[in-house]
Write a protein that binds this ligand. Structure first.
Ligand code: NPQ
Ligand code: MG
Length: 366
């Protein structure tokens, strides 16, 4: 495949409600989209980096810079997704920027071949059960109202964002209101230390599916120690940036479940490799979310349809975050989203909507 050019497009997407985590409050999503143009097709890659380096070290301006300065110039004359992955391997870090470029090329490649993301990745289902991530609130009544709305919409699993001072009380309140059958888990986004082990172990009373990323990103050894001090399964998110990280976490006993986000690990090829490793080790995985538009969501839903994704993901409907998506919105049916079946992502941006949220655009001619 020869690339004619790549458009770097920056969009601003207002969130329907502020989303608060242990690292901050977001009211709008600042997103970089890559449009990879070939003579045969156009492929889309959504970069999941935030505008500020709060979730991990990446940020949108940094992604734009490393793509323009290093990644795009390093592409070979003829490309496919695998050759992009190989060409970017010498560069350290910047997994979210790498993932966006690899995904844009993969989408163009699959659209040309007439194959869907789901088929390419090895999906074994045509729809996926969906969970939802619920932000930190100002009060317990507010939280219960929000969780109640999501339960009514059909979400099959609830994830509560937690931080020191907002952990036991919200979990207890949600369990009391919605009962023991509700699938419930928590995500700390690295807000605790091993000194909090006794407090975290109190969560064991609430029969949670898992606790996600309680400790710092680079604390694999301490996660293994924490795992011995609580019964709730530990799931890693931020700590896992590669198949090697996943292997280390499994060997050390740092995680018994892994959250796979293609952006965080450098793309869908690496995400698939982590899935395969986890299946081989009997480690359940699930698909995380980064408040993607319909473009990123389409690929995530395809990934979440692989056989090892045995827990519901954060693959929520478009309206969880956005009043207006840039694609036909993903809508929940019976707690599930359908896996797109068309070539590539199987979904296209709606040009007028995309234009209306675009804040800047740059064309890089090959
Ligand atoms: C997580 N996502 O699993 C992340 C973190 C996260 C759905 O909980 C703007 C952009 C705000 C990306 C807030 C969910 C965000 C963001 C949280 C990602 O850890
Ligand atoms: Mg997380």
């Amino acid at each position: 495949m020869k690339i004619t050019g790549i458009e770097l497009r920056r969009i601003a997407m207002p969130l329907r409600a502020p989303f608060r985590t242990s690292f901050g409050v977001e009211t709008a999503r600042d997103i970089l989209l890559l449009r990879v143009v070939t003579p045969e097709a156009e492929g889309w890659g959504e970069c999941v980096a935030m505008s500020d380096p709060l979730y991990n070290s990446e940020y949108v301006d940094g992604a734009v810079d490393v793509l323009k300065r290093f990644f795009i110039p390093a592409l070979p004359e003829r490309v496919d997704a695998l050759s992009v992955k190989r060409a970017l391997k010498p560069f350290k870090g910047h997994k979210m920027a790498k993932a966006a470029l690899e995904t844009g090329v993969l989408d163009a490649q699959l659209r040309t071949a007439g194959q869907s993301f789901g088929s390419f990745l090895g999906a074994s289902r045509d729809r996926v059960p969906c969970g939802v991530s619920v932000g930190i609130m100002d009060s317990i009544p507010q939280l219960l109202e929000s969780v109640g709305e999501f339960v009514d919409e059909g979400y099959v699993r609830i994830k509560l964002k937690i931080e020191p001072g907002w952990d036991l009380a919200p979990v207890r309140a949600v369990r009391e209101r919605f009962g023991d059958d509700l699938l419930l888990q928590v995500d700390a986004n690295a807000a605790y230390t091993l000194a909090d082990a006794r407090q975290l172990a109190k969560l064991d009373a609430f029969d949670l599916l898992l606790i996600e990323q309680p400790l710092a990103d680079d604390d694999l050894v301490q996660h293994a120690q924490l795992a011995k001090q609580m019964r709730t399964p530990i799931c890693l998110d931020e700590s896992i940036e590669s198949v090697e990280d996943a292997a280390a976490a499994i060997t050390l006993g740092s995680a018994s479940i892994i959250n796979i986000k293609p952006g965080r690990v450098g793309g869908y090829l690496e995400a698939k490799a982590i899935h395969d490793l986890c299946v081989a080790h009997g480690v359940p995985v699930w698909c995380g979310g980064m408040l993607e538009t319909g473009l990123g969501r389409a690929a995530n839903v395809a990934l979440a349809a692989l056989p090892g994704f045995i827990l519901p993901g954060d693959t929520s409907a478009s309206r969880r975050y956005y009043a207006t998506d840039i694609t036909t919105p993903f809508e929940l049916a019976d707690g599930h989203l359908d896996v797109p079946t068309g070539p590539g992502l199987g979904i296209d941006p709606i040009v007028d909507i995309l234009d209306s949220v675009t804040t800047s655009s740059e064309w890089i001619k090959f």
